[in-house]
Design a protein around this ligand. Sequence first.
Ligand code: ADP
Ligand code: ADP
Length: 236
Amino acid sequence: MALVSLRNVTKAYPNPNDGDPILAIDDVSLDIEAGDVFGIIGYSGAGKSTLVRLINALEPVSSGSVVVDGQELAGLPEKQLRPVRLGIGMIFQQFNLFNAKTVWNNVAYPLRVAGASKEKIQARVDELLEFVGLSDKAKNYPEQLSGGQKQRVGIARALATEPRILLCDEATSALDPETTHEVLALLKRVNEEFGVTMVVITHEMDVIQTLATKVAVMDKGRVIETGEVFDVFSDP
Ligand code: ADP
Ligand code: ADP
């Protein structure tokens, strides 16, 4: 069974202008297999971020089914959603680091929340900072880092609790091309060395072609095409 499976998912938001509800996700079915780097591409407003929030159990679906790691999320009470969220790491366009915490404490944070032991936190944070190449920045604060370094902290923090799934929401959209290339190379290593399944949300074709193996193309809340990147984007 797929690691993430969506069946006939819809998500409607109330219309602020009292009109018909806004159908952010319209009858989407998708299968993301363990080990995939699965790209989701589409223009602004296509529904990509909404889809991420449904997979991450941050919002309930309006109808349909979302199964993550064998667990049906639709209808699950809040308390049972927490362990599902712990199994999913996230990185963001604006990095979302804690600016008042050191690099080291940013990466330690999810482990502290999860109640890990001091020894475990120490070992894991040091190992992750080494993996992302920022051991020498442990005591720095985010504002002292470049954009690429900030995103590497974001990646280390997202991996702290050893999630099976990493959701990347426009993770390189704030970075210049060279830095984008470095971060994409690091994400590729996360997939290859740790076997983390990745869902890569982007509006940039380059990101999909560099990183993803499979892709879904979204438009107006629907998946209009899906398959291997090579097949979807090769000329007919
Ligand atoms: P994308 O990430 O592809 O830019 P979004 O998922 O953010 O797309 O948005 C899809 C559609 O859903 C848009 O029309 C957007 O305005 C609408 N939408 C998203 N979130 C909300 C919300 N919380 N309330 C109302 N409408 C929303
Ligand atoms: P506490 O849990 O009381 O904050 P810690 O021993 O976890 O104490 O950490 C104390 C401080 O030392 C933290 O602010 C952390 O940023 C820093 N620190 C701990 N280990 C390292 C390390 N390996 N490299 C850099 N800074 C570290």
